[in-house]
Design a protein around this ligand. Structure first.
Ligand SMILES: [Zn+2]
Length: 68
């Protein structure tokens, strides 16, 4: 188990896009340890899991209203 490679955690991602004031500026789709992807948004109010990266991106777009 090499957790050192996982510096790309959602928490760090959200820190990187700090000062967004809860706006949906950026979304992240990050592989989980399992067979799912963790999908998070810069608004910090939205977080879910997706079976694939594409599905995660679709969910993120739907969340931000780009693809309603
Ligand atoms: Zn959001």
């Amino acid at each position: 188990m090499s957790d050192n490679l996982m510096h790309d955690s959602p928490t760090e991602f959200l820190h990187n896009v700090a000062n967004t004031n809860g706006e949906c500026i950026a979304q992240s789709v990050i592989p989980n340890n399992k067979d799912t992807y963790l999908v998070a948004c810069s608004c910090e109010k939205w977080e879910t899991t997706a079976p694939t990266r594409e599905e995660g991106l679709n969910m993120a777009r739907r969340h931000t209203g780009h693809l309603v």
